[in-house]
Structure formats: structure tokens, C-alpha cells
Design a protein around this ligand. Sequence first.
Ligand SMILES: NC(=O)c1ccc[n+]([C@@H]2O[C@H](COP(=O)([O-])OP(=O)(O)OC[C@H]3O[C@@H](n4cnc5c(N)ncnc54)[C@H](OP(=O)(O)O)[C@@H]3O)[C@@H](O)[C@H]2O)c1
Length: 242
Amino acid sequence: MMNKKNILITGSTKGIGLEIAKHFASDFNVFITARKEIELEKLCKQYNFAGYYACDLSLTDGAERLFRELNKDFDILINNAGMYIYNPIENMRPVDTVNSIVLNSLTPYELIKRVVPYMKKQKWGRIINIGSISGVMGEAYASVYSMTKASLIGLTKSLALELAQDNITVNIINPGWVDTDLINNENLEETFSKQEIIETIPQKRFVTPDEIASMCEYLISDKAKTITGQSINICAGLSLGY
Ligand SMILES: NC(=O)c1ccc[n+]([C@@H]2O[C@H](COP(=O)([O-])OP(=O)(O)OC[C@H]3O[C@@H](n4cnc5c(N)ncnc54)[C@H](OP(=O)(O)O)[C@@H]3O)[C@@H](O)[C@H]2O)c1
């Protein structure tokens, strides 16, 4: 029997990340991470995940600590953890700006840096970044979020080129609105109700975490081995305009 591949998914205790982890639980050694240790421990037992480590990835040493503690080689990395701030630029607190940049942008870069040596050695690897449609288009009052998610597109394309000959693919999925805790955001809720958000979406529906997980499943499969450097919008038509 073939050994199961190791997959690391950040931000995997709820929302999109947990759904991706659940999709892969039976065929892969799934490693999960987020800040709440009790939640990680509970989910690990519940879904038979291979391991977890609790850490704050909005800290600049988060990626390094995560790697040191898990002490594993990863065949697949899914950079999913992210934070969303909805605020006019002049009201942004420096701490939120810096945390957003580290969590959404720098940590994915630092994690990729740590998985690549093993992937290169074995001449196989899959890296998926979870961006946002706000990084493809603009989003008023989410400038730092949009900035960090746009940076992931540049990172994805550059690394896809750099790693193409090592049989490592790097892609980014840009979700539109998904009904998770990320959008249960005080500032956003003061401005828009869920129904008002739905009215802005061409298909008049949220994207589901399951639809993002299914795309991840496809991208790591052998069928998708020639798909690399792609920025894939799963957004119910949101990127097309109103
Ligand atoms: N929901 C949407 O509409 C939407 C749209 C486009 C893109 N996305 C992107 O999709 C990804 C997942 O979003 P989601 O909607 O599933 O979010 P979510 O439901 O809020 O889940 C976020 C996950 O990340 C973890 N996390 C948050 N801050 C962290 C930190 N500082 N360090 C480590 N882990 C942290 C959370 O656990 P802890 O709180 O325990 O740390 C949780 O497991 C994000 O990158 C987001 O930008 C979401």
C-alpha cells in the first residue's frame, strides 16, 4: 500500500479550512493549525487528523514555530488562514494592518519557503493559496485585505514559474462571498445585511466551503498536473461586475 501524503492546511478549525481538511481526512495525513488548541485537539480526534499545532500565524515567527513543532515533510500545503478587516483606511489601527500583512501575505510566503526543499527533493509538490476575489478586483473599505490577497497572486505566479521543472504546482483560489465567521464582522454587518450581500452577487448565492474544497481536491490530483500559476475565481460571478 502506498504511503499517505502529508498535507498541511492553515486556518483549519472552521469555515473553508475545516471543510478542506475533512475532504482529505481519509486519503491523506492531514495536519491542522489555528490559534485555539482545545478546538484543534477536539477536531483531530473527531476526524482522525494526523496532527495539529496551535499557533498565531499573524506573528512573524509563526511559520517557523509551526514547522519546528510539527517537524514533518509536507507534500501538499494549503495556505488558507486569513483575516478580513472592513474599515476606512484612515481608521485602520497599525496593529491590524501589520497582523493582516503577516497572516495573509508573509506567513504563506514563509511556509512555502519551508515546504519547497522537500518537494524539490522528491520532485513532487502541490501548493494552493487561498486568496480572495478582493485581491483580483478592488474592495472599498478592505484595502489592506485586498492588498494582501493581490500579493498572493504575484507570489503564486512567480513560484509556479520558479518551481515548474520540479513538478511542483502552485495555484491560487479566489473565493467570492462565503458564509463563514470571517464575514460575521461587526463593521461589515453595520453596513450590509447578508441579504444585501447576496443581492450584489450575480448568481444570488454564497459560494460554499465545499465548492472550494472540491477545487483543492482537483488541483492536487494527477488530472491537474499541468495546471500551475493559475488564479482561479470561485465567486458565483462576482468578478464579472454588476
Ligand atoms: N468567507 C469569505 O467570504 C471569504 C472570501 C474570500 C476569501 N476568503 C479566504 O478564505 C480563507 C478562509 O476564510 P474563512 O472564511 O474560512 O474564515 P474563518 O471561518 O474565519 O476561519 C479562519 C480560520 O483561520 C484561523 N485563524 C484566524 N486567524 C489566525 C491567526 N492569527 N493565526 C492562525 N490561525 C488563524 C481560525 O482559527 P482561530 O481563530 O482559532 O485561530 C480559523 O480556523 C481566508 O484566507 C479568507 O481570506 C474567505
